[in-house]
Design a protein around this ligand. Structure first.
Ligand code: FES
Length: 149
């Protein structure tokens, strides 16, 4: 095989691998986006869980697991002591974080703000508009808190 032919075949192989990775990532189950809300898909079957014996120990603590933002809003290990929303902003996909001092969720990209219940408190600062966050129902089993669709 000539050097040029080898390089061409190598390039085609890399392109196929990259294409395959994209298709695999785009088609994963549990990533069922709502129209207009790219981060608001359903969790995988069985939900997404956190271990409360080691995680979310203090009021105001937050944690992102598998695209879900878990927030401890009160003391005690009851489902009412937590909130779980999508972790990616519906506007343009910025990362969402919980601002404990102000008790709201804020986007890192255009500073849209949301309540822990997912309602919009402030629109993006770029003049665009966002939509409410997907909020996940929670179940508790011992120290395991699980977010479901
Ligand atoms: S991406 Fe979140 S406010 Fe724009």
């Amino acid at each position: 095989m000539e050097r040029n032919e080898f390089i061409k075949s190598l390039g085609l192989g890399v392109a196929l691998v990259c294409t395959g990775s994209c298709f695999a990532g785009c088609g994963s189950k549990g990533d069922d986006p709502q129209p207009g809300n790219p981060g608001g898909g359903n969790p995988p079957a069985g939900g997404v869980s956190v271990n409360l014996s080691t995680q979310l120990l203090t009021v105001g603590a937050s944690l992102v697991v598998s695209g879900i933002l878990f927030i401890r809003t009160a003391a005690g290990n009851a489902t009412t002591s937590f909130a779980a929303t999508q972790a990616v902003c519906p506007h343009q996909g910025g990362s969402l974080g919980f601002i404990q001092a102000s008790n709201y969720i804020q986007c890192s990209l255009h500073s849209a703000r949301y309540s822990t219940g997912g309602t919009i408190l402030a629109q993006p600062n770029d003049g665009g508009t966002t939509t409410a966050l997907k909020v996940y129902t929670l179940t508790m089993n011992g120290d395991t808190l699980t977010a479901n669709g």
